[in-house]
Design a protein around this ligand. Structure first.
Ligand code: ADP
Ligand code: MG
Length: 164
């Protein structure tokens, strides 16, 4: 199991698929599983039920995924905000894909499916989460300046070092 965390646009999906292929395990994305379970897009869950209800559902989905088959698991950008969700990750290798706020906006600035983008304090959110991601992570990689394949390789190297 490898868990990927990081701000929207960090490349969790892109790099996660590469890692999963290399390791021969499925790639899972907590946001996708939440949408499947809820039968609605995340944006609609946020609008209809609010963020706390979404975070509850997210917590349950992540717990189930960590309990299930081995995978590379990308978490939603806000998943580690909650302490009880961070606790789920205590004994799991977690890679933080770190990118600057400017790079995140370049990558996903126009994506309507990302509910956090509408927040007026999204820059502040990025700064706060940087600390939380680093805290939750076993290893941190620069995910803003090299191609996804190189980032995947960095993660495997750093995690192997961390385990040794
Ligand atoms: P996340 O799942 O973390 O939100 P994505 O994997 O969906 O991020 O990537 C967001 C966008 O950035 C996509 O258009 C993707 O192609 C692009 N991207 C991801 N990683 C890189 C990278 N290392 N270099 C350049 N573009 C990237
Ligand atoms: Mg993604």
């Amino acid at each position: 199991m490898i868990v990927l965390v990081g701000f929207m646009g960090a490349g969790k999906t892109t790099v996660g698929r590469i890692l999963a292929r290399r390791l021969g395990v499925p790639f899972r994305d907590s946001d996708v599983v939440i949408e499947q379970r809820a039968g609605r897009p995340i944006r609609q869950i946020f609008a209809e039920e609010g963020e706390p209800a979404f975070r509850d559902l997210e917590h349950k989905v992540i717990a189930d995924l960590l309990d299930g088959t081995d995978s590379v698991l990308a978490l939603g950008g806000g998943a580690v905000q909650r302490a009880d969700t961070r606790d789920l990750l205590k004994d799991v290798p977690v890679a933080y894909l770190r990118i600057s706020y400017a790079e995140a906006m370049r990558r996903v600035g126009g994506d309507q499916g990302r509910p956090m983008l509408v927040r007026p304090d999204v820059a502040q959110l990025h700064a706060e989460r940087d600390l939380v991601y680093a805290e939750a992570a076993t290893v941190t990689v620069d995910a803003g300046t090299s191609p996804p394949e190189a980032i995947a390789r960095d993660i495997l190297t750093l995690l192997a070092d961390a385990e040794a």
